[in-house]
Ligand binder design. Structure first.
Ligand code: HEM
Length: 194
């Protein structure tokens, strides 16, 4: 039986690829004008070589990120998959599953269902990507989107929102990859579909 449909696998891996390019080129762009003096990213983990090069990568990959993300969310909503796989979800179930996971008592026998912590993490990263896209738009076209800029608290604040959105995305990425490494069968499913 197919568990991860083809459209999900394609959009998931395109998203991972786009995020990787956006984050590493974003770090290079950040380095040209750091928000926090103590935070500078080593050039070995940045993309683009210099500010101009990194902007090219960032602006190229942003189209892929946004278009692919719209397809991912739209397909999830219209096929009913979002409702089936991410809900129902309650704070109580998240707490229960989180404690069970910490005690090593959360089973992985049924990979057709996400546990409550997974559901919460996936929904959180989806919301986070929306925030990253909107704050990025406010930084990129701050004159054309004054309302968006104001909602972010201003241009400088939009940069801060963008930075923390990136930080959450990277934190998710690290935990996500560790979790996948703990349950390698899930990776096979995300590649082959079953
Ligand atoms: C920042 C980049 C990434 C993001 C934002 C992301 C996000 C997600 C989301 C939202 C889901 C749930 C998909 C759904 O059911 O609709 C998911 C599932 C999954 N992701 Fe990622 N992902 C990223 C990178 C990766 C990488 C690098 C790997 C491989 C090491 C990976 C492996 C998986 C696997 C195996 C699943 C299925 C989990 C399961 O069935 O239990 N992801 N990812």
């Amino acid at each position: 039986m197919q568990i991860q449909p083809l459209w999900l696998r394609i959009t998931h891996w395109l998203n991972a690829f786009a995020v990787l390019i956006m984050v590493t080129s974003g770090w290079q762009i950040y380095n040209a004008s750091p928000i926090f003096r103590s935070i500078v990213f080593p050039s070995a983990i940045t993309l683009g070589g210099w500010l101009g090069g990194a902007l090219q990568w960032h602006f190229a990959a942003m189209w892929l990120l946004v278009a692919n993300f719209i397809v991912y969310v739209a397909m999830n909503v219209f096929t009913g998959r979002l409702r089936r796989r991410m809900f129902p979800l309650s704070i109580r179930s998240i707490v229960t599953d989180a404690f069970a996971a910490l005690r090593g008592k959360l089973g992985h026998d049924d990979l057709t269902h996400y546990n409550a912590v997974q559901k919460f993490a996936y929904l959180a990263v989806i919301v986070d990507i929306v925030i990253v896209i909107l704050s990025g738009l406010a930084v990129w076209k701050s004159v054309q989107f004054p309302l968006l800029r104001t909602l972010m608290g201003g241009y400088d604040e939009a940069r801060v929102v963008h930075f923390f959105g990136m930080s959450f995305l990277v934190a998710f990425f690290v935990v996500h990859v560790v979790m996948v490494a703990l349950v390698p069968r899930s990776l096979v499913m995300m590649i082959r579909g079953r």
